[in-house]
Design a protein around this ligand. Structure first.
Ligand code: PLP
Length: 391
C-alpha cells in the first residue's frame, strides 16, 4: 500500500518546510477545500477568504460552472499547442475580446502575469522600433527579467540584477515626471492603473487622460497592467475604458490572476494597430492557449457574468466602506471594488505577523526536536508561554 504522504496539519507544514525552498512567508493553515468565498482547512476551520490566494479566486473558489467546464475538457483533450485550431481556444478568445473595450480586438494567451507583461513590452518595442520603457515608482509587474526591471518597488529590481537596460522611472500621478523622460527613445509607458503592492494607490482620472494624450502625441504605446485590476475586481470588467480612468483605453492590457479561477493563464489584449505589427513567430509559448486554461477562462468569464458578480463587487464595496467607518483604527480606505487598501492609525503588520507566527509556533512547537528549537526560523522561543498576551 502506498504510504500516506501527510496525515495532519503539523505533518503537512513540516513536510513543506523541509522539502520546499523557504521563499514564502506562509499563514499557518493547510488549505484543503474551497467553496465560493470560503476556504476550509484540514483541521475543519472555515475562513472567509478576503485574500483569494493572491487575488486568483475572483469568481470564488471552485465555482461549479468552472469546475464542470474543466472536468469536461479533461475528458476530451488536456492540451494541444497553437499549431492547431481549437474550439475551446476560439471560444475563450471571443469571450474575452467581447467583454473588453471595443478598441481591444485581439488576444494573445500565455501562462502568467509576468509573462503577459514581457510580451506586452516586446510588442511595444516591435510596434515602435524603440527600446525604452517607462514605468512608475511603486508599480509591480512580475519577476521575470524584463518585468522585474520595470518594477520600481522596494527590493525587486535588486533581486532581478542584472536588470534589463532601458527601463526609466517616473512618479505615479505626476504627469510632469513622465513628460521629462518620455522622449523619442520610449516604446511604452506601462502602469498598474491602481498600484496594488504600493498600498493600493490610484490616481485622478485626469492622469490617465494625460498619459493617453501624451502617448498619442509622442508615438508611445500605453500598457495597462491589469493583472490585479482586471476581470471584474474593481467593479468594472477592466480599468481600461472605465469611468475611474476617464474612459481611457490603452493600446495593450495585460491580465492573469483571476482569469482562470486558479488554472494558470495570462493574456494580452491589443488594438488592431498593435496587432498589425506582430508577425508569425514574433511571440510564442508552449502552454499558452492550452485547452484546460482556455476552458477555465471562458467558464470564469461566464460565471462572473451569469452571477452578476460585477454588480455584487459594487454593492459589497459600498457596504464595506460604510461599515469600515465604524472602525476607529481605520483612518483611510483606498482603491476600488475588491481592490481596497485600509490605512490603520497604527502599523498593522507587526500585529498581523505576531498572530500568524503564534498560531504556527503553537502547532509546531511540540513536533520540533528539543535540540532544534534554538535554530533559525524557530528562534528558541516557546510562544505557547506568552500566548495569553497575544490572543
Ligand atoms: C500588477 C501585477 N502584475 C504582474 C504580476 C505578476 O503576475 P504573476 O505572478 O502571475 O507572474 C503581479 C503579481 O502579483 C501583479 O500584481
Amino acid at each position: 500500500m502506498k504510504e500516506k504522504v501527510a496525515t495532519n496539519l503539523e505533518e503537512t507544514i513540516l513536510l513543506e518546510e523541509k522539502f520546499q525552498l523557504a521563499t514564502y512567508k506562509k499563514m499557518p493553515i493547510v488549505a484543503e477545500r474551497g467553496e465560493g468565498v470560503w476556504i476550509f482547512t484540514s483541521n475543519g476551520d472555515r475562513y472567509l477568504d478576503l485574500y483569494g490566494g493572491h487575488a486568483v479566486a475572483g469568481a470564488g473558489h471552485c465555482h461549479p460552472h468552472v469546475v464542470r467546464a474543466i472536468r469536461e475538457q479533461t475528458e476530451k483533450l488536456l492540451f494541444y499547442s497553437n499549431l492547431v485550431y481549437s474550439e475551446t481556444r476560439a471560444r475563450a478568445a471571443k469571450k474575452l475580446v467581447s467583454l473588453a473595450p471595443d478598441l481591444l480586438t485581439k488576444a494573445f494567451f500565455c501562462n502568467s502575469g509576468t509573462e503577459a507583461n514581457e510580451n506586452a513590452m516586446r510588442m511595444a518595442r516591435m510596434s515602435t522600433g524603440r527600446e525604452n520603457i517607462i514605468s512608475f515608482g511603486g508599480g509591480f509587474h512580475g519577476r521575470t527579467a524584463d518585468a522585474i526591471s520595470a518594477t520600481f518597488l522596494g527590493k525587486y529590481r535588486e533581486i532581478g540584477k542584472p536588470n534589463v537596460p532601458g527601463h526609466l522611472q517616473a512618479e505615479f500621478s505626476d504627469i510632469d515626471s513622465v513628460r521629462a523622460v518620455a522622449d523619442e527613445s520610449v516604446a511604452a509607458i506601462m502602469l498598474e492603473p491602481i498600484q496594488s503592492m504600493a498600498g493600493v494607490r490610484g490616481s485622478a482620472p485626469s492622469f490617465y487622460r494625460a498619459l493617453r494624450e501624451m502617448c498619442d502625441a509622442r508615438g508611445i504605446v500605453l500598457i495597462y497592467d491589469e493583472v490585479q485590476t482586471g476581470v471584474g475586481r474593481t467593479g468594472d470588467w477592466f480599468f481600461a475604458g472605465s469611468s475611474a480612468g476617464d474612459g481611457v483605453v490603452p493600446d495593450i492590457v495585460t491580465l492573469a490572476k483571476a482569469l482562470g479561477s486558479g488554472v494558470p493563464v495570462g493574456a494580452c489584449l491589443v488594438t488592431e494597430e498593435i496587432a498589425s505589427h506582430i508577425k508569425e513567430n514574433d511571440l510564442g509559448t508552449t502552454f499558452g492557449g492550452g485547452m484546460i486554461a482556455m476552458a477555465a477562462v471562458t467558464a470564469t468569464l461566464e460565471a462572473i457574468e451569469n452571477d452578476q458578480m460585477i454588480d455584487n463587487v459594487r454593492t459589497v464595496e459600498a457596504y464595506l466602506r460604510e461599515r469600515l467607518k465604524e472602525v476607529e483604527q481605520v483612518v483611510a480606505v483606498r482603491g476600488r471594488g475588491f481592490l481596497l487598501g485600509l490605512e490603520f492609525s497604527d502599523p498593522a503588520k507587526p500585529f498581523h505577523e505576531a498572530i500568524c507566527l503564534l498560531r504556527l509556533y503553537k502547532r509546531l512547537w511540540p513536533l520540533i526536536d528539543a535540540d532544534k528549537r534554538t535554530e533559525g526560523r524557530f528562534g528558541g522561543l516557546d510562544p505557547r508561554e506568552s500566548a495569553a498576551n497575544w490572543v
